[in-house]
Design a protein around this ligand. Structure first.
Ligand code: ZN
Length: 312
C-alpha cells in the first residue's frame, strides 16, 4: 500500500488513519490514509543537499551520501569553486546545474511514532490529513520506506553524475517523517526545477504495474501544471520502457492517475509528480522491487525521465 501512495490503498484507506499499527518490527503494512506524504513535524533538520560531482572526478558515480542534519541549503556547485584557478572556466563548469527535489515516501520509524505521524495537517483544498503514513510492504516484509529510500539514493547518484543538484526530503531511512506538507514546502523553493515523490503501492495481489499521479487541480497555476504534466509524462514513459513493469492494471488510465487528495501534490507550487512504482503485493512487481538489480533498473529509468524533462 502506499501509504500515502497514490494507489488504491490511499483511496481505500481514506479515513482510516487512526488505525495506524505501530508494530515497528512488522513495519509492514498498513496503510492508512492518504497522504502519501509524510513528515516529521519535528525535525527541522531533515534535509540534505547533494552537490554535483565535479568535472574533475570523471566517472564518479558515487555522490557524497551525506547525512547531515543541516537544514536545506543548496550550495550550488560550490564544491568546485576555487578548485584550480588555472583551469579554464567553461560555461558548463560555471553554471550550477538544475535543482531537483527527491521525496522518498515515508520513513523507517514512522510506524513507531503514531503520535507524530497522525497529527493533522493541512493537505490542501480544505482537506485535513495525517502528517504522514507508514507505507506498505511486500508479503515477505520488505518495507516500502526502504524501497523508496534505496531507489532515491540510486536516482540521486545518477542525477548528480549528470550535474544535477539534488535536494532530499529526508536524510536517512531511520527517522520519522517529515510531514507531507513539510516535504511539499521544501520543494516549493523558486529554484526547484522538479519535485519527484517516490513510492510503491500496496493493492490487491492480482493487480500489477506502475502509475504516475499528477494533481487534477492546478495548485501552482496553469503554467506550472503544464510543466508538471510534462514531467509526469517523461517519468511515465521512462518507467514503461526501463523497469520491466507494465502500466497499472488496476488504477488510472494507461498508467496515469490524476488526483486531488495527495498533500504533496496539492501544496506544490513547482512542477511535481508522484510515482507509484509497482504493487508491492504483486509477485511480479515485488520480484523487481526486492532485487538490487531491479531497483537499479527502476532508478535508471527515473533518472532518465528526470533528465529528459530537464533537457539534459
Ligand atoms: Zn507510499
Amino acid at each position: 500500500m502506499t501509504a500515502g501512495g497514490c494507489g488504491a490503498a490511499a483511496v481505500a484507506g481514506r479515513g482510516t488513519v487512526g488505525a495506524v499499527r505501530s508494530v515497528f518490527s512488522l513495519l509492514a503494512v498498513m496503510l492508512l490514509a492518504s497522504a502519501c506524504t509524510s513528515s516529521r513535524a519535528t525535525t527541522s533538520s531533515s534535509v540534505v543537499v547533494s552537490t554535483p560531482v565535479s568535472a574533475s572526478s570523471p566517472g564518479s558515480q558515487v555522490p557524497s551520501v551525506r547525512s547531515s542534519s543541516t537544514p536545506t541549503r543548496s550550495s550550488s556547485g560550490s564544491q568546485a569553486s576555487g578548485a584550480r584557478s588555472s583551469t579554464p572556466v567553461t560555461s558548463h563548469a560555471a553554471a550550477p546545474g538544475p535543482l531537483v527535489l527527491l521525496n522518498p515516501g515515508h520513513n523507517g520509524q514512522d510506524a513507531a511514532h503514531p503520535e507524530i505521524i497522525n497529527k493533522p495537517i493541512n493537505a490542501g483544498y480544505g482537506r485535513t490529513k495525517a502528517c504522514e503514513t507508514t507505507g506498505t510492504s511486500t508479503d515477505s516484509g520488505y518495507p516500502e520506506h526502504a524501497f523508496n529510500w534505496d531507489v532515491a539514493l540510486r536516482v540521486r547518484a545518477l542525477l548528480v553524475a549528470h550535474g544535477v543538484r539534488v535536494l532530499m526530503t529526508r536524510p536517512n531511512d531511520d527517522g520519522v517523517g517529515p510531514c507531507a506538507n513539510t516535504r511539499a514546502f521544501l520543494g516549493n523553493r523558486p529554484d526547484v526545477a522538479a519535485q519527484i515523490s517516490i513510492h510503491a503501492d500496496g493493492a490487491a495481489s492480482s493487480g500489477h504495474g506502475f502509475h504516475v499521479c499528477e494533481d487534477s487541480h492546478q495548485p501552482g497555476g496553469a503554467a506550472v501544471a503544464g510543466e508538471s504534466h510534462q514531467l509526469t509524462v517523461a517519468l511515465h514513459d521512462a518507467l514503461l520502457s526501463g523497469t520491466g513493469m507494465t502500466v497499472s492494471s488496476y488504477l488510472g488510465h494507461d498508467g496515469y492517475f490524476p488526483r486531488d487528495d495527495l498533500t504533496g501534490l496539492n501544496l506544490a507550487t513547482r512542477p511535481a509528480t508522484f510515482l507509484e512504482i509497482g504493487n508491492m503485493r504483486n509477485p511480479g512487481d515485488s520480484a523487481i522491487q526486492t532485487s538490487s538489480s531491479g531497483r537499479q533498473r527502476i532508478a535508471t529509468a527515473v533518472a532518465a525521465g528526470i533528465l529528459h524533462y530537464l533537457g539534459r
